[in-house]
Design a protein around this ligand. Structure first.
Ligand SMILES: Cc1cc2nc3c(=O)[nH]c(=O)nc-3n(C[C@H](O)[C@H](O)[C@H](O)COP(=O)(O)OP(=O)(O)OC[C@H]3O[C@@H](n4cnc5c(N)ncnc54)[C@H](O)[C@@H]3O)c2cc1C
Length: 299
C-alpha cells in the first residue's frame, strides 16, 4: 500500500470529488488520493425537493466508487488525526500517510447538543429536518392539517444558507394546494438580522415572505425545544442592522424573562446546529471558533 501522495484529499463529498477531478483535468500525472470511509455519496441539494415530495431520495444516492475520478486512488478509511507539522495524517486502518499538499473537506457535522431538547425532539419525531431525514419532512408535511408551522435555523454556520427557507416556501405552496393555508400560520424565526446577506436577493425574498404571509422574525435564536409540550424557545440575538425586522402578531406567543419567546407549534422544521468534525476541531489547523483556518480568498 502506498504511503505517500502528492495530493491527499480528506472527504469525497462534493468538495473532495470536484477538487480531485479539477486537478486531474489540469494535470493527469498528479498523484492524488481521496480518503473517505463512506460507501455512499449523497447529492444533498436535492434533499430540499425530497422534503417537499417532489423528488425521490434514492436518486440522490450513488455508490461512492462510481464517482471517484479516473486515475485517483480511493483510500476507504477514516482520518482520525492530522500531523500537519510532519505533513501526515493518521487513518483508522493504514495509520500514517504523508503528502506534499493536503486538501481538507470532510464536511460539517450536526451537533444536537447546542439546542436543549433537540436530540429528544428528533428522536421522538417532533421536529423534522431536511438536513437529517428529508423523507420524514415530507411525511410530517403530509400529516399536518393546519395550525402553527415554524421553520427555523441555528446561530452556527450551516451548509446551504438557503435550505431552511427553501423548504418553507415549498411547504407554503403545498399548504395552498392542500387547501390548509387559511388555517395555517407560518413563522420564520431566525438568529440573523436580515433574511439573506445579499440585498437584491433579500429584497426579493421579502416579497415572497409577504406573498405567503409568513411572519418573519429576525434576531430570534432557537435555544430549546420542549418535545412533550411542543414548544420552541427563542432568545433575542443582538444586531445593529435590523432593517428587515417584522414583529410577530401571534396571540399564543409568550415573552418570558430576558426576552425569551415561547412559541407552541404543530409543525417544526429546523436546520440543526453544525460544527466542524471533532478531528478537525481538535487539530492545530483551526481558528478560535473551531473551524479550519483558511485564507478566505484563496482557500
Ligand atoms: C437540505 C440541503 C440542501 C442543500 N441545498 C443546496 C443548494 O441548493 N445549493 C448548494 O450549493 N448547496 C446546497 N446544499 C449544501 C451542499 O450539499 C453542501 O455544501 C455540500 O454537499 C458540501 O460538500 P462537502 O464535500 O463539503 O461535504 P459532504 O458532501 O458532507 O461530504 C463530506 C465527506 O467527508 C467524509 N468524511 C467525514 N469525516 C471524515 C473523516 N474523518 N475521514 C475521511 N472522510 C470523512 C464523509 O464521509 C463525506 O463523504 C444543501 C445541503 C442540504 C443538507
Amino acid at each position: 500500500m502506498k504511503k505517500h501522495y502528492q495530493i491527499l484529499i480528506i472527504g469525497a463529498g462534493t468538495a473532495g470529488i470536484m477538487t480531485a477531478a479539477q486537478l486531474k483535468k489540469r494535470d493527469p500525472n498528479l498523484e492524488i488520493a481521496l480518503v473517505d470511509p463512506a460507501d455512499l455519496h449523497y447529492y444533498q441539494p436535492a434533499w430540499t425537493l425530497v422534503g417537499a415530495g417532489a423528488y425521490d431520495k434514492q436518486k440522490t444516492i450513488r455508490p461512492m466508487g462510481s464517482l471517484i475520478p479516473k486515475g485517483v486512488t480511493w483510500i476507504k478509511e477514516e482520518v482520525v488525526r492530522f500531523d500537519a507539522d510532519n505533513q501526515a495524517i493518521q487513518t483508522n486502518k493504514q495509520g500514517t500517510i504523508t503528502y506534499d499538499y493536503l486538501v481538507v473537506c470532510p464536511g460539517l457535522v450536526n451537533d444536537y447538543s447546542l439546542i436543549e431538547g433537540l436530540a429528544e425532539a428528533v428522536e421522538k419525531g417532533v421536529v423534522c429536518s431536511n438536513y437529517i431525514d428529508p423523507e420524514y419532512t415530507w411525511k410530517q408535511l403530509q400529516a399536518f392539517e393546519g395550525g402553527t408551522a415554524i421553520f427555523t435555523q441555528p446561530s452556527t454556520p450551516i451548509k446551504c444558507g438557503g435550505a431552511p427557507q427553501k423548504i418553507m416556501y415549498l411547504a407554503c405552496d403545498y399548504f395552498r394546494k392542500k387547501g390548509i393555508d387559511k388555517k395555517t400560520k407560518v413563522y420564520f424565526p431566525m438568529p440573523g438580522s436580515v433574511i439573506f446577506g445579499v440585498k437584491i436577493i433579500a429584497d426579493t425574498l421579502l416579497k415572497v415572505i409577504e406573498r405567503y404571509q409568513i411572519d418573519f422574525m429576525p434576531l430570534h435564536n432557537p435555544i430549546r425545544i420542549d418535545a412533550e409540550a411542543k414548544i420552541a424557545y427563542f432568545k433575542p440575538t443582538n444586531a445593529q442592522d435590523n432593517h428587515c425586522f417584522v414583529t410577530s402578531d401571534d396571540q399564543q406567543t409568550q415573552v418570558l424573562a430576558e426576552g425569551v419567546v415561547a412559541m407552541p407549534f404543530d409543525f417544526l422544521h429546523l436546520a440543526p446546529p453544525q460544527t466542524a468534525p471533532k478531528f478537525v476541531q481538535t487539530s492545530n489547523l483551526v481558528n478560535a471558533a473551531g473551524w479550519l483556518d483558511v485564507d478566505h480568498h484563496s482557500l
